[in-house]
Design a protein around this ligand. Structure first.
Ligand SMILES: Nc1ncnc2c1ncn2[C@@H]1O[C@H](COP(=O)(O)OP(=O)(O)O)[C@@H](O)[C@H]1O
Length: 298
C-alpha cells in the first residue's frame, strides 16, 4: 500500500510541477546547451551507489531506475530485459508518444510533426502521458519502474526529482558512428511489436575507443515479412536527434552525476556480450538478486 499511496502522491505533485513550469522552463533554457556547462572534477567521480540500501530502504516497492543514452544506444533493449528480471514495468517514453499518435487524438498530428523532425515534445505533453501511464500502472498494482527516454531535459529531471525517489540512473554509452548505423538498421514487427536490427556492425577501434562488433538481431520467419521502419529512423532525423541529445539531454547526465546517482556504462558489443557485463556492473545476478555489497570507488 505504501507504494500505491506514494505513486498517487507522485502524480499529484507531477501535475503541480507542470503548473509551475513557466518558471522552470526559463531556467532550463539558460542551462540547455552543453557548451555552457562547466563540469568540475568532483562531478566525474564515480558514485557510491546505495544499491543494497535501495532494497532495504523500501522493501515493499520495486526499483525506480532511469535509463539515459543517445538514440540507438540500446536503452529499450536493456531496460526491458532488466525490467523483466526485476519484475517492474519498463516505461518507454517514445512508446507512449507513438501510442498517442496512433490513437489519432486531437494533438496527434502535431506530435507526429515534432517527432518526425527529431525534436523534443513539450514537457506538458510528456508529463501528461507519463502521469497517465503511471496512474494506470498503480490501478493494476504495479510497483517500481524502469524509465527509458525520460527525463530528457534538466527541467524534466528537476521536476522528477521533486516528486519521486530515483534509486539509480544508468547511462549507456556507445560511439556515434555505431549509433547512427544501429538506428538505421532498426526494424519493428508491425504485428507483434518485436524490435530487431538488420545492421551488421564491425568497426575498428582507435585511440582509447575499442573495436565494436554487433551481429544483426534478425526476426524469426513469422515476423520477417512484417518489418517496418520508424519514420524518425532516417539518417537526417537520426542526426537531428543526436544533436538534440547533446544539447538538451547531455546536461541531464551531469545533473545526475553531480548527485552521485549516475552509473556510466559502455555498451561493449551485441546483447550476448553486453548483458552479462551490465548485470555485473549493477551487481545483479541473472535472477535479479544483488550479488554482493556495492563497493564502487573513485
Ligand atoms: N522525455 C521526452 N521529452 C520530450 N520528447 C520526448 C521524450 N521522450 C520521447 N520524446 C519524443 O519521442 C521521440 C522518440 O523517442 P524514443 O523512442 O525514446 O527515441 P530514441 O531512439 O531517440 O531514444 C523523441 O525523438 C521525441 O520526439
Amino acid at each position: 500500500m505504501a507504494a500505491v499511496s506514494r505513486l498517487r502522491w507522485t502524480m499529484k505533485t507531477l501535475k503541480a510541477g507542470l503548473q509551475q513550469q513557466p518558471r522552470s522552463i526559463t531556467w532550463t533554457r539558460s542551462m540547455g546547451h552543453a557548451a555552457q556547462l562547466s563540469i568540475d572534477e568532483e562531478e566525474w567521480r564515480q558514485p557510491n551507489l546505495p544499491l543494497e540500501g535501495l532494497h532495504s530502504r523500501e522493501k515493499d516497492r520495486g526499483v525506480q531506475w532511469v535509463f539515459l543514452g543517445c538514440p540507438g544506444v540500446g536503452k529499450g533493449t536493456y531496460a526491458s530485459r532488466l525490467a523483466k528480471l526485476l519484475d517492474v514495468p519498463h516505461i518507454a517514453m517514445g512508446d507512449l508518444v507513438r501510442h498517442e499518435i496512433m490513437q489519432k487524438s486531437a494533438m496527434a498530428e502535431q506530435l507526429q510533426k515534432i517527432m518526425g523532425a527529431g525534436k523534443l515534445l513539450p514537457d506538458e505533453v510528456i508529463f501528461n502521458l507519463l502521469t497517465r501511464r503511471l496512474e494506470n500502472g498503480v490501478s493494476r498494482g504495479e510497483s517500481g519502474f524502469i524509465l527509458d527516454g525520460f527525463p530528457r531535459t534538466v527541467n524534466q529531471a528537476e521536476i522528477m526529482n521533486e516528486v519521486a525517489d530515483i534509486d539509480l540512473v544508468v547511462n549507456l554509452k556507445l560511439r556515434e558512428d555505431v549509433l547512427v548505423t544501429k538506428c538505421l538498421g532498426r526494424r519493428i514487427c508491425s504485428q507483434c511489436g518485436g524490435n530487431f536490427n538488420v545492421a551488421s556492425i564491425d568497426v575498428d577501434g582507435y585511440g582509447n575507443v575499442p573495436r565494436i562488433y554487433m551481429a544483426p538481431l534478425l526476426p524469426p520467419p513469422s515476423c520477417s515479412s512484417k518489418m517496418i521502419i520508424r519514420a524518425d529512423d532516417t539518417e537526417e532525423v537520426v542526426r537531428a536527434r543526436l544533436r538534440v541529445y547533446y544539447e538538451e539531454s547531455f546536461p541531464v547526465e551531469s545533473y545526475y552525476r553531480s548527485k552521485g546517482m549516475l552509473l556510466d556504462f559502455d555498451v561493449a558489443g551485441g546483447v550476448s556480450e553486453t548483458w552479462p557485463l551490465l548485470l555485473s556492473a549493477l551487481n545483479l545476478n541473472d535472477k535479479g538478486a544483488i550479488q554482493k555489497r556495492w563497493t564502487m570507488t573513485a
